[in-house]
Design a protein around this ligand. Sequence first.
Ligand code: AMP
Ligand code: MG
Length: 430
Amino acid sequence: MPSLQSVISCLSDYDPTALPVAQANQIIEGVAEPVSGIEQLAIREALDRVLAEDVISPIDVPAHDNSAMDGYAFASADLAGGNEVALTVIGTRFAGDAAALVPAAGQAVRIMTGAVMPAGCDTVIPQEFVQGVDETAGATRIRFAADAVRPGDNRRLRGEDLAQGQPALTAGRILKPADIGMLASLGIAEVKVRRRLRVAFFSTGDELRSIGEPLDAGCVYDSNRYTLHGMLRRLNVELLDMGVVRDDPQALEAAFRRACENADAVITSGGVSVGEADHTKAIMAKLGDVTFWKIAMRPGRPMAFGRIESHGQHALLFGLPGNPVAVMVTFYHFVRAALHRLMGASVAPLPLMRVRSAQAIRKKPGRTEYQRGILGAGADGVPEVRITGQQGSGVLRSMSEANCFIVLGHEQGAVGAGDMVEVMLFDGLV
Ligand code: AMP
Ligand code: MG
């Protein structure tokens, strides 16, 4: 892995005390490299795992030309005979049945959706377009307007979804239910996936109390470990929850060492602000190559990032701020992408949508803000976003009520009511 210093030295305008969000991500991306380790799993067990190699389709999908509709299959040459087409039905073909049926000119085969196209047939007239079905002397004849279909209509071609030998899924994909179904449709029983990432996390701060303990004066319950747990679970990583660690040099060093020796990444919250009187920063710096940032963002200004080492074992370190909203914002905007990178996943950046702001929002250029918003329909039915009341970085309720981040970019100034702003939807994220 490249060292933090070598990645930073490539930046001409690096300022750790006013680091733009994009630059912080550039540095993180430069340092984080995928872990090795591959396992082979039955496809059901591979859900939410990262595919380790391309899956090449062993067959054509569909495997045969087949009908897209319930109707009658025939050769399109029969459309040329006039305004009305009349054909004799010589049999029926159901899905899964491949009995020989070879209609001649002027003949058709009744066919069900998914059934293999009979030899010589290239077109299907859906049954609802057939104007008459006459049964005379044991023969069935159908009639329909010649312009009701064009040659080739309602026929699915062999290999049109996926041709044999083509990549069906590419390495780095996080397997979703649709992908598992697709693997099954190819007859594939097992796939190679990357091993699960191991992530250790703990909270720091002497004011923190755990659930079940009395809340002494000036203390707060530790909520960060619970939001982190939830956010990490969604990424399907192996979790090592190390609880609350006291602000004591020995306890902190032991915790960082244990985390580092047992995990690929370590996430802590608290103790990284400027002027913190505690020992967290000192131990982080002691154990590795760690930089302390003031990021030009709100919330989430202070953050530590780097790589720590203990007895030859390395781990990427994210020292997140202590404020509960700042933890979630920094997780989603820095840690999530870095963990994806470590786990070998190629995940497109979350899309930003432009929508109308229902209200004026105060904002100064020179930092990125992640306001918590509720996207809904305005009075005129057009999508509109409003902020969730109190935006303080300690107000977890602002995250809980929101369904999106309103992302106000680095250069952006104040927003007027009715202006367009960018939002990042929580759906599929939080
Ligand atoms: P710090 O970054 O350590 O200065 O913490 C900033 C604020 O976040 C303080 O008000 C802390 O009490 C609060 N805080 C820190 N850690 C946690 C936690 N694990 N759960 C809830 N609040 C926290
Ligand atoms: Mg603290």
